[in-house]
Design a protein around this ligand. Structure first.
Ligand code: 572
Ligand code: ZN
Length: 360
């Protein structure tokens, strides 16, 4: 039996270490995974830099990582859905299963959710990691381990579009072309949005958005708010049916609300800190529904089908590759905000991918 379990542990802010930890013992309903790909999320960088993200505070050493895929190494006695050797995407949040929210299907709202790399819960940036078997999804042969890891941010995009009611023929405005704005763009197009306009303060991000299928882009931050609203309407030739804020700052949330068509929906994905000043009277008088989102729920299988069927291509999102041993360099690149998605390969790259991926 293997003994190497090199693990990325955040001890304190700016103190991320690679060290050996024990290989976990599984219970009857769990699987032991040999980890393969782990992407870096904005929240990981927040914990690393400050020890804080939203209301969560790092108070004890925590293993990083929640955008991940792995290969089943061992199965618990009661596991029926997986076999040793299966390649899986890992849904990182495991709820209590008993509360009102779990029992009514909105398990993402479970107050006792155990979500990887959200203090005090450990993540999966390690050689070995155990997880509830029913929150692991077997991926088809033609899917890569990178794509499986990307189902995590993609699920956020699926949830945002579903909460917004994005459907065929819709015009959609997305505020922010970071990783979440980009996955939301991919999903909106796949759900049939006829035109997607995406905004950002950085031209380089808008270039990526265009590559991924954005119909229109606007560089924001130069004009006043009323002029921005007019520009959104002029660019789309209409008012957006759905606006999705993926930035989480007051100016973009305001723009989302103000630009949305009367009777439309403004979805807020980004989490602004503290209290905001928003044009609520306008929203109410025009019946613009403002909907928050929290992660995703029942959407991993949808994200998986969208990628497996080719409706969505997430591969171009990965701009940087590192090994587990290079974790600190990988985090540094993510901190600088260069590229889109930084991927850490816990096993040699392509070790668990079909040969045909290797040229791509
Ligand atoms: O991949 C899911 C995810 N969700 C994020 C952030 C990063 N990644 N959310 C925003 C922050 N909240 S939180 O409750 N928190 C830090 C746990 O403020 C969770 C959802
Ligand atoms: Zn995340």
């Amino acid at each position: 039996m293997a003994t190497d379990n090199l693990t990325a542990v955040l001890h304190k802010p700016k103190d991320l270490r690679l060290e050996q930890t024990p290989i976990p013992e599984i219970s009857d309903d769990e699987v032991l995974l040999r980890m393969d790909c782990v992407g870096i999320c904005g929240s990981d960088v927040h914990y690393w830099q400050s020890g804080v993200c939203g209301a969560f505070v790092l108070r004890a050493p925590m293993i990083m990582g929640h955008e991940a895929s792995g290969v089943v190494a061992k199965i618990g006695a009661k596991v029926k859905n997986l076999q040793v050797g299966d390649r899986v995407a890992i849904e990182p949040g495991v709820p209590c299963r008993y509360c009102e929210f779990c029992k009514t299907g909105r398990y993402h709202l479970c107050p006792d959710m155990m979500f990887c790399a959200t203090p005090p819960v450990h993540g999966n940036l390690a050689r070995y990691y155990k997880h509830a078997a029913d929150f692991c999804y077997k991926i088809p042969e033609h899917m890569s381990m990178e794509e499986a890891a990307l189902l995590e941010p993609l699920s956020v995009g699926v949830h945002a579009c579903r909460r917004g009611g994005v459907t065929a023929g819709h015009r959609v405005l997305i505020l922010g072309a970071g990783p979440i704005g980009l996955v939301t763009l991919l999903v909106a197009k796949a759900m049939g949005a006829s035109e997607v306009l995406i905004t950002d303060i950085l031209e380089s991000r808008l270039e990526m958005a265009k590559k991924l299928g954005a119909d229109h882009t606007i560089l924001v931050g130069r004009e006043d708010e009323a002029a921005m609203v007019r520009r959104v309407h002029a660019t789309l030739g209409a008012h957006p049916d759905v606006s999705i804020d993926a930035s989480g700052v007051q100016p973009t949330i305001r723009l989302a609300i103000l630009a949305t068509k009367s009777g439309g929906v403004a979805v807020l994905v980004g989490m602004a800190a503290g209290e905001l000043t928003l044009p609520l009277a306008t929203a109410l008088a025009r019946e613009v529904d403002i909907r928050g989102i929290f992660r995703y729920v029942n959407e991993y299988p949808i994200a998986l089908s969208m990628v497996a069927s080719g409706q969505v291509n997430v591969k171009p999102l990965v701009t940087h590759h590192f090994t587990l041993e290079q974790t600190l360099d990988a985090y540094e690149v993510a901190r600088r905000g260069e590229g889109v998605k930084v991927m850490i390969h816990v096993q040699p790259r392509d070790a668990n991918n079909k040969l045909k991926f290797q040229a791509e």
